[in-house]
Design a protein around this ligand. Structure first.
Ligand code: KG4
Ligand code: ZN
Length: 334
């Protein structure tokens, strides 16, 4: 069973080839055009996808040493995401599926992030608790089995990645801000500023990061215009630890309350050094298996989209028709 998978939900144009569930290629092209604007510009994102999609698919096929005649099914992200971006990937996939006469599987982007821990480590136990943390999402899920999962909590305002990006912008560190904050934090004192840990001690698994963003803004305003330069390293370390404290404590509380044997993380923010280390330590202390997928499975990628389709095909599901619509709406609580 050879699957070609396509992902264009946001600002990464991605294609992958899987054979019997094994990833043969996983090509990701991250758009740099948005860096000039300090955030993703949806119209530019869809235009970039239009320019790149055919060559990224070609490249994934070439890296897998496969030709299109050997493809048995196509998988594509149908939502959530930016409408224009989703339309480029889904229309390309629909056209190719019709031309090749193969089934087309629409895949939910967040569902794909949820199972990327199983893509990395197929022996990962069920049920697991997964933290999906990116520029667009911050949610905790209970993953009960293949195709069965529920949302335990989500952010009520900014996603954690958005908080990283906005704080980096205030500090003049450019976009995307997460990697820069990660680097500066390694040289700073996390106790220099007492930033808020919103909702950390509430029973719910919901998050809020807008208070932290305002608190950092107030400190930056009060320190600006003085003779001394801003203590960038200390501000980064203090903000990063505030975000990580909340992410780790809520995820571990969910894992313990649901008595799961395993915990995973996914999404761009899971690249964060402090988050990975502290999640690993907390799981080891709790005697739980912890899987942090390699970065090319954590960021937006097509291998995870193909893996969900492979899982469905293995369970005997058929693809349906190519006549589906994209669904840009974010995930809803069940
Ligand atoms: O999953 P992703 O590549 O794209 C979507 O948001 O869908 O995630 C991008 C986010 C950005 O907000 C970026 O700042 C953040 O992931 N990020 C990080 C790190 N690397 C990327 N945040 C914290 N630490 C990092 N090392
Ligand atoms: Zn994503």
């Amino acid at each position: 069973m050879n699957i070609l998978a396509i992902e264009t939900s946001c600002d990464d144009t991605a294609a992958a080839v899987l054979s019997n569930g094994n990833v043969l290629s996983n090509v990701i092209s991250s758009q740099v055009v948005h860096d000039l604007y300090g955030g993703i510009v949806p119209e530019l994102a869809s235009r970039e996808h239009m320019l790149l999609i055919a060559q990224i698919v070609d490249s994934a096929m070439a890296k897998a040493s496969m030709d299109l005649a050997s493809i048995d099914a196509i998988a594509v992200t149908s939502g959530p995401g930016l409408a224009g971006s989703l339309l480029v990937g889904t229309h390309f996939a629909k056209g190719l599926a019709l031309a090749l006469g193969v089934p087309l599987h629409p895949v939910h982007h967040i569902e794909a992030h949820l199972y990327s821990g199983y893509l990395e480590e197929p022996t990962l136990a069920y049920p697991s608790v997964t933290l999906v943390v990116s520029g667009g999402h911050t949610s905790i899920f209970l993953v009960e089995s293949p195709e069965s999962y529920q949302v335990l909590g989500s952010t009520t305002d900014d996603a954690a990645g958005e908080a990283f990006d906005k704080i980096a912008k205030m500090l003049g560190l450019g976009y995307p801000g997460g990697p820069a904050i990660d680097r500066h934090a390694a040289m700073g004192n996390a106790e220099a500023f007492a930033f808020p840990r919103s909702r950390m001690h509430e029973d719910s698994y919901d998050f809020s990061f807008s208070g932290l963003k305002s608190a950092v803004r107030r400190v930056v305003e009060s320190l600006s215009g003085k003779d001394k330069p801003l203590p960038i390293d200390d501000l980064c370390a203090s903000a990063q630890t505030a975000i990580t404290d909340v992410l780790v404590s809520k995820t571990m509380r969910a894992a313990k309350a649901n008595n799961v044997p395993a915990v995973t993380i996914a999404g761009g923010v899971s690249a964060n050094t402090e988050l990975r280390q502290r999640m690993a330590d907390a799981c080891s202390q709790a005697g739980m298996q912890f899987v942090a997928p390699r970065m090319q499975y954590c960021v937006d990628n097509a291998a995870m989209i193909g893996a969900v389709a492979a899982m469905r095909i293995a369970r005997g599901h058929s693809a349906g028709t190519v006549d589906f619509c994209v669904d840009p709406k974010p995930i809803r609580r069940r």
